[in-house]
Design a protein around this ligand. Structure first.
Ligand SMILES: [Zn+2]
Length: 275
């Protein structure tokens, strides 16, 4: 299908979508996810994308947000996945302490497989607070790892931890970029924020950006398969859902496999020049 035809299809479907076509174009364009603007980038930011996933639970970080992190790592950049809780209460049959250890091990092994880093704050699953203590803790993580792009939960979720994570990340990014907030490390500006396509956060989610993940799809799937819940063990078939979503998003963005994101309203504003 030609680009013109595809645009027509998207227009007919009422969609206004940007398409990011994977590793080859993920790095060079100035304002694509994780890419620094040359005039303001520090030396460590000129080497490639730096994407951080910030999720309420370890599973969300990898299943719903792991693919763009894998793309960044595959493209020579940096990727990290920060879990605010381990999701230790997610099993109906395994005790939280044991399940939390399994989740932590899975996250560490999965991150290693993707060439990324697993990070944890380890607040209690189901009781994630949205207070300044955790917002500043996430701020400190952002200042330490210096992501240019952050991917997190959309607020339209039935899960209270996911809604809390949305709030935490908004303010953590604000705090991280404000030099007047004095912490151990200097301020760092996150350039781009995306909300992830998550089956639990679907209320009001409207995709506006697609990322080609074809080069990392198999590795990402293999990394996710290290989690004890991936194949429906806790009641939801994550493997079938996220695998088939990648195919569907690929169909919509003219590539084999893709993931989609939703942008905050201010990132959707575009300037048009008159000639
Ligand atoms: Zn979750």
């Amino acid at each position: 299908m030609s680009c013109a035809t595809r645009r027509s299809v998207l227009k007919m479907a009422g969609m206004s979508a940007a398409v990011l076509s994977g590793a080859a174009e993920f790095l060079p364009a100035a304002q694509l996810p994780g890419q620094s603007r040359p005039e303001t980038a520090g030396p460590e930011e000129k080497t490639g994308a730096n994407v951080m996933a910030i999720a309420a639970h370890a599973g969300d970080a990898f299943f719903a947000m792991g693919a763009p992190v894998a793309v960044a790592a595959h493209s020579g950049g940096k990727g990290s996945l920060l879990s605010l809780t381990l999701g230790e209460r997610g099993s109906p049959t395994i005790a939280p302490e044991q399940y939390g250890a399994m989740q932590r091990k899975a996250a560490q092994d999965a991150a290693a497989l993707m060439g990324a880093e697993a990070l944890f704050l380890q607040y209690p699953d189901g009781e994630l607070p949205a207070n300044d203590e955790i917002k500043l803790a996430v701020c400190d993580m952002i200042r330490q790892y210096r992501p240019l792009t952050v991917v997190t939960h959309w607020k339209g979720s039935w899960h209270k931890d996911h809604r809390a994570c949305y709030d935490i990340v908004q303010d953590a990014i604000f705090y991280a970029g404000l030099s007047g907030i004095v912490r151990e490390r200097p301020a760092h500006e996150v350039r781009t924020l995306y909300f992830a396509d998550n089956w639990e956060d679907a209320s009001g989610f409207v995709a506006d950006t697609y990322l080609d993940i074809t080069p990392v799809f198999e590795r990402w799937m293999k990394a996710c398969s290290l989690f004890p819940m991936w194949r429906g063990e806790t009641g939801f078939r994550y493997d079938d859902y996220y695998g088939s979503r990648a195919v569907a998003c690929g169909c919509l963005s003219h590539c084999s496999k893709a993931v989609c994101f939703m942008s905050p309203p201010d990132q959707r504003v575009r300037d048009m020049k008159s000639v």
